[in-house]
Ligand binder design. Structure first.
Ligand SMILES: C[S@@+](CC[C@H](N)C(=O)[O-])C[C@H]1O[C@@H](n2cnc3c(N)ncnc32)[C@H](O)[C@@H]1O
Length: 264
C-alpha cells in the first residue's frame, strides 16, 4: 500500500470513528483489509478505497469499520471493576435508590454488559422493586449481532466468579446462552461515540467505557469524556480500561482509584 492510499484510509477511518491510525499501524491496516478485500473480490487497496467511498448506502464503510475495530473482550474482564460496582450498588440501595441505569459504551460482543447485569443480579437480585437497565452500544454491527444472540462458547465462562447455571443455559455442542431474564436487562444499539450528539439522556449511575478510548486521539477523548460528564448523575462513575488514564482530560471528575473516576 503506498503512502497516499494509507493516508486516505486513515483519514476516512478517523472521520467516521475517531480511531486514529498512526504510521505504525500500516501493517495492521493492510492485514485487516486483506481479508475483507478477498471477500468482496478486490485485490488492489486503492480500488477497494474507491469502492467504499462510492457506495451510496455506506454499507461497505460499516464493514471497513468492523474489520478495523479491535473487539477483544471477556466476561468479568478487569474484575475489580465489578467488585467496585457491587459495593457502590449496596450503598445506593441502602440509601433508598431503586432505579439503576448503566451504559456500556463500546460493548463489543456483549460480555461486558452481561457481566454488569449479572453483578447487579448477584448483588441486588433478591430485592423487590429493582429497576435496573443497561444500555450497550458499539460501532461494529458484527459484534452487536453476536451480542444480541447472546450465545457464547462455554469455555469462555471459565473462571466466572458466579455459578454459571444461574445465568446461562446449554445451547448445543460447547455453547451456552444467556438466560432471558438477564438479556432483558440489556438493550443493544449501534452508536458511534464520535458521532453527533448522543440520542439519549441521563442521568446515568455509571458508564463503562473500557478499552475503547485507547484508539482515539486526545481531542476525540476529551470530546466524549465531556459528553459522559453531562450524562452522568452527580457523583456517578466513569470506568475506563486498566491501561488507560484520564490524566489532564477529566475536568469535573474526581480520581477514585486507577481507572475509576467520579463526577463532582
Ligand atoms: C477492545 S473492545 C472493548 C470491549 C469492552 N469494553 C471491554 O473492555 O472488554 C473496543 C470496542 O470499541 C468499539 N469502538 C471503537 N471505536 C468506536 C466508536 N467510535 N464508537 C463506538 N464504539 C467504538 C469497537 O468496535 C470494540 O467493540
Amino acid at each position: 500500500m503506498d503512502e497516499r492510499t494509507f493516508r486516505q484510509y486513515a483519514s476516512l477511518i478517523y472521520a467516521h470513528s475517531g480511531i486514529n491510525l498512526g504510521e505504525s499501524k500500516k501493517e495492521l491496516l493492510r492485514a485487516r483489509l486483506s481479508k475483507r478485500m478477498h471477500e468482496v473480490g478486490i485485490s488492489n487497496y486503492q480500488e477497494y478505497y474507491e469502492y467504499i467511498v462510492r457506495d451510496p448506502k455506506k454499507e461497505e464503510l460499516a464493514s471497513l469499520l468492523d474489520v478495523i475495530s479491535t473487539n477483544v473482550t471477556g466476561f468479568f474482564r478487569e474484575k475489580d471493576h465489578f467488585d467496585f460496582l457491587a459495593s457502590v450498588l449496596k450503598e445506593w440501595w441502602q440509601a433508598g435508590q431503586r432505579k439503576f441505569r448503566f451504559w456500556s459504551a463500546g460493548c463489543s460482543s456483549g460480555e461486558e454488559p452481561f457481566s454488569l447485569a449479572i453483578t447487579i443480579l448477584e448483588t441486588l437480585g433478591g430485592e423487590r422493586f429493582l429497576d435496573a437497565k443497561i444500555l450497550a452500544t458499539d460501532i461494529s454491527k458484527q459484534v452487536l449481532s453476536k451480542a444480541r444472540r447472546g450465545i457464547y462458547e462455554k469455555r469462555n465462562l471459565a473462571g466466572l466468579p458466579v455459578q454459571e447455571s444461574k445465568y446461562f443455559q446449554p445451547a448445543g455442542e460447547g455453547l451456552v446462552e444467556v438466560q432471558e431474564f438477564v438479556r432483558k436487562m440489556v438493550v443493544f444499539n449501534y452508536l458511534n461515540l464520535q458521532g453527533p450528539e448522543y440520542p439519549f439522556r441521563g442521568p446515568l449511575d455509571a458508564i463503562f467505557c473500557r478499552n475503547v478510548m485507547i484508539y482515539f486521539d486526545e481531542q476525540g477523548r476529551r470530546k466524549i469524556i465531556d459528553r459522559f460528564h453531562r450524562l452522568l448523575k452527580d457523583s456517578g462513575y466513569l470506568l475506563v480500561g486498566h491501561s488507560e488514564s484520564l490524566l489532564g482530560l477529566a475536568s469535573g471528575f474526581r480520581y477514585v482509584q486507577p481507572s475509576i473516576y467520579q463526577k463532582v
